[in-house]
Design a protein around this ligand. Structure first.
Ligand SMILES: O=C(O)CCC(=O)C(=O)O
Ligand SMILES: [Fe+2]
Length: 325
């Protein structure tokens, strides 16, 4: 898919208003069509990426008994280690399917905002991240990356605001204390192609405002469903993050933008389909109490909204609980 769209974030940030609007129109076109694009010149230091990457790899290389020490304590607990067999993403859409061929480690916001007392927020998105003690670099590397991608998400939301004909800082009021989650994924090496229908990650849409995905450089298997109903590969793009919008953003825009189905398949063995594959997925989500109501620029005068306002946190919690095996 050589026509996969690429946005230069540094170019946007240093552009004048006319150029920003022009880039915004391009991003609007992409988000109406697929909501998937690559972002280059994102400003995150190579070292921050390299450190979290190797910490995640070292964690997944630990014996199963070690990883089990930081396992999510009960099904539906949002953070910690989820071993093989723990999740089938296709189930989030009511499609019965075998478990995804993966394991993951998940972490939430680095701290709760002072004064947060909502019991559902404290019990769900502000639940404790259960940190591994091995490797010792894990937590600092994770926190540095989480902080960097939180800032990147805010800068991408600025681009989205311009793309939606809103003031550039429009979304900032909704994302001062985001409840985003970071997930490190490991798709283990396979000795033989899996049975038909068992994928590395089943077809799903993401839930939030946007996802910042870092697939292992050069790795294959990520696919998106085109409006024509065909699966197309997201090609590896050097030095880029893959960005996609989630269900919350589609809802926020009254479906002007689409939250596209995607999955991770086992490509043929000669293309590396049996090889181990890693990725990092950051699910950006507005503040717990952010009220998500159709954006003013996404309604024509005679148009009514399709969606009632929802609060970001409870909306996310409702979606999340459906994937629990
Ligand atoms: O690993 C990948 O490339 C994609 C993972 C994904 O889509 C997800 O976890 O939501
Ligand atoms: Fe996803």
């Amino acid at each position: 898919m050589s026509d996969f769209p690429v946005i230069d974030l540094a170019a946007f940030q240093s552009a004048d208003d006319d150029k920003k609007r022009q880039m915004g129109r391009e991003v609007d076109r992409i988000c109406r069509a697929s909501g998937f694009l690559a972002v280059v010149n994102h400003g995150i230091a190579d070292e921050v990426i390299a450190n979290v990457w190797s910490a995640a790899r070292a964690f997944f290389d630990l014996p199963a008994a070690e990883k089990d020490k930081v396992r999510a304590p009960y099904p539906g607990y949002p953070y910690g280690y989820l071993g093989p067999g723990a999740e089938a993403l296709a189930k989030s859409r009511g499609v019965d399917s075998p478990p995804d061929l993966k394991e993951s480690f998940n972490g939430g916001p680095l701290s709760a905002p002072p004064g947060m007392t909502d019991p559902e927020a404290l019990g769900f998105c502000y639940a404790e991240t259960i940190w591994p003690t091995e490797p010792s670099s894990f937590r600092p590397a994770w926190e540095a990356y989480y902080t960097a991608v939180t800032d990147l998400a805010a800068r991408i939301m600025d681009v989205f605001a311009v793309a939606l004909d809103l003031p550039e800082d429009y979304f900032r009021r909704y994302i001062g204390q985001p409840i985003s989650a970071l997930r490190a994924l490991n798709y283990p090496e396979l000795s033989a192609p899996p049975p038909e229908g068992q994928l590395r990650a089943g077809a799903h849409t993401d839930y939030g405002s946007l996802t910042i995905l870092l697939p292992q450089p050069g790795s294959r298997g990520l696919e998106i469903l085109t409006p024509e109903g065909a699966w197309r590969e997201v090609p590896p793009v050097d030095g880029a993050f893959v960005i996609n919008i989630g269900d919350l953003m589609a809802r926020w825009t009254n479906d002007r933008w689409v939250s596209t189905l995607h999955r991770v398949v086992n490509v043929p063995p000669e293309l590396g389909g049996l090889d181990r594959r890693q990725s990092l997925a950051f699910f950006h989500q507005p503040d717990w109490f952010a009220e998500i109501e159709t954006l003013p620029s996404c309604l024509d005068d005679d148009e009514s909204t399709k969606y009632e306002p929802v609060l970001s946190g409870p909306y996310l919690m409702g979606k999340f609980k459906k994937t629990v095996m």
